[in-house]
Design a protein around this ligand. Sequence first.
Ligand SMILES: [Fe+2]
Ligand SMILES: [Fe+2]
Length: 321
Amino acid sequence: MRSDRTGRSGADGKGDGLRIIHLSDIHVWRFAFNPIRLLNKRAVGMFSLLAGRARRFRLERLHDVVERVIGLAPDHVLITGDLTTTALADEFREARSALADLLLDSARVTVIPGNHDRYTSGSVRYRSFEEWFGVFAPPGPYPWLRWLDETTAILGLDATRSHLSARGYLPPEQLARARQLATGLAGLPRRLIVACHYPVAAPGPYALELGPKRLENAAVVADWLATLGKHLYCCGHVHAAWSFVPEGLPDQLCLNAGAPLLRDRTGLRPPGFLQIELAGDDVTAIHHAWTGEEWATRHLARAPGFFHSSISSATSVSSEL
Ligand SMILES: [Fe+2]
Ligand SMILES: [Fe+2]
């Protein structure tokens, strides 16, 4: 990754350009045959694996994904959860090892958990995610604000829990602290990026899929998000890359990175990740997708002036699914 911390030049020539690579839902998987381990929720996960998940995520592609990301020389890498499938130590170890070349400087990588990283009550109790990836986030409880430069920060949320369903829930105390962050000494940055595994809403084609595994208190979270002003919302969970402005959240540009190892049988969800370019108030999101033979890129969003408070998202954002 880039070695200087001054930021690349934006379109206006100022040094506030920032290239962020957004990855999500890598879903490293490992079979666990210890029968004691199968006496809990992991049994459900292992059954799911045996029923086909292992065939849906191509681990052999991960090295190429890492190489592609490194080749883009990002200023920061953001991973929005589901690094594993059943929160096994072997899965965390494999994920950490396979991503090692991206994780060399913890100051330039932010990783938050997904529901599969908290798959069992044991993984929550023993803080397995924190053991392997906790170094890539500020210490202390969620939410937190992590500054990337003088004008840009990530606000990290954790709505995951060990639960039989895949639904998330942002605890009220986390929401209360998030509200306080906005009024704290540092306040909120001009370029705010909210990172949460769960989207609060999905664009039309994916709304049905999100329904059964949604954020249970999405309406309350959305009410709070609506008070933040302009922000990017980086998420995953639904394995499809998208960019859209949710109804009722006109100041949000919601970006889903999709799943980089997904075996896409439909041709509708090409596996990949997002390159997010910040230049002054401008935002551009580019999807890097593996076609099965080569990498292809397409602009998911162009939003000139997005972070400028007086420019409405409706007019500044042009996005595709
Ligand atoms: Fe996932
Ligand atoms: Fe998920």
